[in-house]
Design a protein around this ligand. Structure first.
Ligand code: AHR
Length: 636
């Protein structure tokens, strides 16, 4: 505040004295003759875990909720209900004595006391706060069924609109047997318009007993992946041009107890072999988004995986000794082998059996998550065995620690996390400016401005943008960064943590102002950091500058988090030819509390324009509450 008063006072004095106002305007010098460092090519990436229904009910396109019948209360499966028309009569109970596989020894037993062709009975699934059904679209699914006798007749499969009962799509599974069997089916919708007010129904027309086991129903997915992802959300992520994906957490990696950590071996192979697990975020994960699906997600968006390895520490439990740690170190090595081993290795062969013979490209692994929460300090004991084993078997990998480690096991990178208010980010914009360059590199593996909900407001986007200028300026040291959490299902009960970058329901999705700030930052990034200096920096004003060394394109990011326009004088030193015109991208709001929402998804979006008066010395004004990128040529 004090320095802005000083600038205003000086401006007033200069005006009174008749001198040009521009003399008091802050001068931002960009010096291309003094390159300060290289920009990390993987500076911007994504962090993800199963929280806020990020995969189930989110990115992972499965439409059936509780498809494995693992999520139950009082003998009844959640999200499944009895379906009866007319005078049909049926009841349902969980049966833990029979199921389609050893990993899923559970089913819903439905007793049909009365049913006929016109009055059907069965079960219905409500989806994840609805089921989006589009016109003229094919949905592929399957269900495991078993009947008390071979006379049960066919099973009808229908997608039905909740309020008007319209049958949107229908097919028939022919007669079922008294043994568990998987029945594939396809449902093709008619011309009715898209809606998420729908449910799936399995029904029969004869009395008897029928067991319903694991089922699945998928809409078309991104890149037509089997067991794949929602198209709109993948496109939203693709627009961020992320360089990497940090997975599978977060707390989700650790679990509350050792047994409900992310047990990667239980997340691969057919769904029948995935027992599901209760995550630390309070709900059962289908584990449809398993290790291979994470990797394929990386492949689809050209990201490199940053693989989080369980390190013997869960939120409420941890291993006590090095001996107890050994199986977890072995499990981590096997996991890496699943990712990068060739098909002649045990786990590379398993990956090939799962449908992906080609090894994935992996450069970074992270040992644990937020181990500074373990106040016993046991990470100092737990990290070295992982470090040594990985270094020995995979010397090419860079190893990330979640907190500094003393002794000989020196990590290549340390992961720093920041959840802060916008003011805290403004005040700490220079956090890495003087940091030690001789130690490990920095990965800002979770960060966010905590303002707004379920998704951040514009003030949060300003805090984020200010923080990103600091990371860019120090990108020789801060080699990677990713915002967290990434996703939120905005329905009641869908949110465990807020704010989150991208919101959605069953029907649609939107990016928050913070999302668009990241799109702007990661889409306009050079590979080198020119020297720069801002004289008399106004309050709540931040900047970073990078340049593409091959094309000479300069990317200047300017963040005005104040309610006043900020005039600056730009001065460019070096560069062979400064283009007179360039591109200007503006992300602005009238008030810091403005935001985007599911109802108003595009209130705040970047606007592209041109800037026509660029020269070696030019005046420029950044509007209030604005995140701006100037892109212009400086010659090769
Ligand atoms: O991003 C939400 C949680 O915050 C992560 O799971 C955890 O690592 C951090 O504490």
């Amino acid at each position: 505040m004090r320095s802005s008063c000083r600038v205003l006072l000086l401006t007033a004095l200069l005006n009174c004295s008749g001198l040009a106002q521009t003399t008091a305007t802050p001068i931002l010098t960009l010096d291309l003759t003094k390159i300060q460092g290289k920009v990390s090519p993987i500076l911007y990436g994504l962090m993800t875990e199963e929280i806020n229904y990020s995969y189930d009910g989110g990115l992972y396109a499965e439409l059936i909720r509780n498809r494995s019948f693992r999520d139950n209360g009082r003998g009844q499966p959640f999200h499944w209900f009895i379906y009866e028309t007319g005078n049909a009569d049926a009841s349902m109970a969980m049966d833990t004595s029979t199921g389609p596989s050893a990993a899923l020894p559970i089913s819903a037993a439905v007793t049909v006391r009365a049913a006929n062709e016109k009055e059907q009975a069965g079960i219905t699934n409500e989806g994840y706060w609805g089921m989006r059904i589009d016109p003229r679209t094919t949905y592929n699914g399957f269900i495991y069924l078993k009947a008390s006798s071979a006379n049960m007749g066919p099973v009808q499969v229908s997608l039905i609109h909740n309020s008007n009962g319209e049958v949107l799509a229908h097919t028939t599974i022919p007669a079922i047997t008294s043994n568990w069997k998987q029945y594939p089916f396809a449902l093709t919708s008619g011309a009715s318009s898209a809606s998420s007010e729908n449910r799936l129904v399995f029904s029969v027309s004869r009395p008897g007993r029928i067991w319903f086991g694991l089922s699945s129903l998928f809409p078309p997915t991104y890149h037509n992946r089997k067991n794949g992802n929602r198209i709109d959300l993948m496109q939203t992520l693709a627009d961020m041009k992320p360089a990497f994906l940090r997975f599978p957490g977060g707390d989700y990696l650790e679990g509350s107890l050792i047994d409900n950590r992310f047990q990667w071996k239980k997340t691969i192979g057919p769904f029948e072999d995935r027992p599901t697990h209760r995550s630390p975020w309070g709900y059962v994960s289908s584990d449809g988004m398993g290790l291979l699906e994470f990797l394929e997600w990386c492949e689809d968006l050209h990201m490199e995986p940053v693989l989080g390895l369980y390190a013997g520490y869960s939120k409420q439990q941890r291993v006590q000794t090095e001996k107890e740690l050994e199986p977890f170190v072995a499990e981590a090595l096997e996991e890496i082998e699943y990712v990068i081993g060739d098909v002649h290795t045990t786990w590379g062969a398993a990956r090939a059996r799962d449908g992906h013979p080609e090894p994935f490209a992996l450069h970074y692994v992270e040992v644990g998550n937020e181990d500074y929460h373990d106040l016993s300090g046991s990470y100092q004991m737990r990290f070295p065995p992982f470090f040594q084993a990985i270094r020995k078997k995979y010397p090419q990998l860079k190893i990330i620690a979640t907190t500094p480690v003393h002794g000989e096991a020196v990590p290549d990178v340390v992961d720093d996390h920041f959840y802060r208010t916008a003011s805290q980010f403004f005040d700490d914009n220079t956090h890495y400016d003087q940091a030690d360059r001789k130690g490990p590199k920095i990965f800002v593996g979770e960060w966010a401005t905590i303002e707004g909900g379920p998704t951040p407001n514009f003030n949060a986007a300003l805090g984020d943008a200010a923080w990103m200028t600091g990371m860019e300026r120090n990108s020789d040291l801060v080699i990677m960064s990713c915002y967290a959490p990434l996703f939120v299902n905005i329905n009641t009960g869908g949110t465990q943590w807020q704010p989150d970058l991208i919101g959605y329901d069953a029907m649609t999705s939107y990016g928050s102002p913070s999302y668009y700030a990241q799109v702007l930052f990661s889409n306009h990034l050079g590979d080198e950091i020119p020297g720069s200096h801002l004289e008399s920096a106004p309050v709540r004003f931040f900047y970073s500058v990078t340049r593409n060394s091959k094309s000479g394109t300069m990317y200047l990011k300017l963040v005005n988090a104040s309610d006043q326009p900020r005039p600056i004088q730009l001065q460019i030193l070096g560069g062979t030819s400064i283009s007179q015109t360039g591109k200007r991208f503006l992300l602005s709001a009238r008030s810091p509390l403005e935001t985007n929402s599911i109802e108003k998804p595009r209130s705040i979006v970047p606007v592209e324009g041109t800037i026509t008066d660029i020269s070696r010395h030019f005046a420029h004004t950044v509007p209030p509450y604005t995140i701006e990128v100037l892109e212009f040529g400086t010659g090769r």
